[in-house]
Design a protein around this ligand. Structure first.
Ligand SMILES: [Zn+2]
Length: 264
């Protein structure tokens, strides 16, 4: 995931947003669909809503990076493929502050979107909030006859349904992807945004050992999360973090005067 850019295909979708070129690789749709096929009860329409939510959320994340890069005078482009996206730009000058801001802008854009959705639901007079994973919902206390409940791994999110077609599952999926993808991306693991941020800070603190330390941090953090996922029987998360730990470890072994990468 997120490593390198695939060659162009005939099924690529290409368009521009705010002048920024966007390319969607066909595997993006496939991986998004497979991720949404968790339960056998998933109806086709739910799968489509899920794919739309993943597409929009990852696009917003990459737009955050791309707009921040452009604000710093660079010319970004966006590619969505596999399990995520990539905002690429050609840096014309170096500044720790601007690189940190560009890395933070991706998760930041997702958190802003989630905040806007929560505010929109609340402003429309529908209760929305967080509750413990196994805590039963008190309909009377919340003041709603029915509630949507969406797991966010450590807590559950609930909101009173707006009862407008597919809008309720779309809201649940958008909040799920934006909040989770934003938090996961902030872990100090390569090639996630948090991995880039940790590398920038560790290199600034110690130019000689910074990259090596950031790789060790990445290996340890990814291996630890893979272990936690294993203990929770979460096969997908275990495979993802296990793979990232392996890639970081291989990079650490191959590391010798490795230059700075400008993609994430
Ligand atoms: Zn990102």
């Amino acid at each position: 995931m997120l490593v390198g850019e695939p060659p162009p295909t005939q099924a690529d979708l290409r368009f521009r947003i705010f002048g920024i070129p966007v390319r969607v690789h066909p595997f993006f749709w496939l991986v998004a669909l497979l991720l949404g096929m968790g339960g056998s009860e998933t109806r086709p329409v739910d799968a489509l809503v899920w794919v739309a939510a993943v597409f929009f959320s990852i696009l917003i994340h990459e737009m955050g990076h791309a707009l921040a890069a452009r604000a710093h005078g660079w010319y970004p482009s966006i590619t969505l493929y596999g399990l995520g996206g990539l905002a690429t730009y050609a840096p014309t000058h170096e500044s720790l502050r601007s690189r940190l801001l560009i890395s933070l802008a991706g998760p930041g854009a997702g958190f802003l979107l989630a905040t806007a959705i929560v505010a929109g639901v609340r402003l429309s007079g529908h209760p929305i909030g967080l509750v413990g994973r196994s805590t039963p919902l008190d309909f009377d206390a919340i003041g709603a006859p029915a509630l949507m409940r969406q797991s966010l791994v450590l807590v559950d999110l609930y909101f009173a349904p707006l009862a407008m077609g597919q809008l309720d599952p779309l809201i649940a999926d958008l909040l799920y992807v934006n909040l989770l993808w934003g938090v996961v991306n902030l872990f100090p693991i390569y090639p996630l945004d948090g991995g880039q941020i940790a590398r920038e800070l560790l290199v600034a603190a110690n130019p000689h050992e910074g990259i090596r330390r950031s790789l060790w941090l990445s290996v340890g953090c990814a291996a630890g999360l893979a272990g936690i996922a294993l203990s929770q029987n979460s096969v997908f998360s275990m495979l993802m973090f296990g793979y990232l730990a392996y890639v970081s470890y291989r990079t650490l072994q191959a590391y010798s005067g490795w230059g700075r990468s400008d993609r994430w």
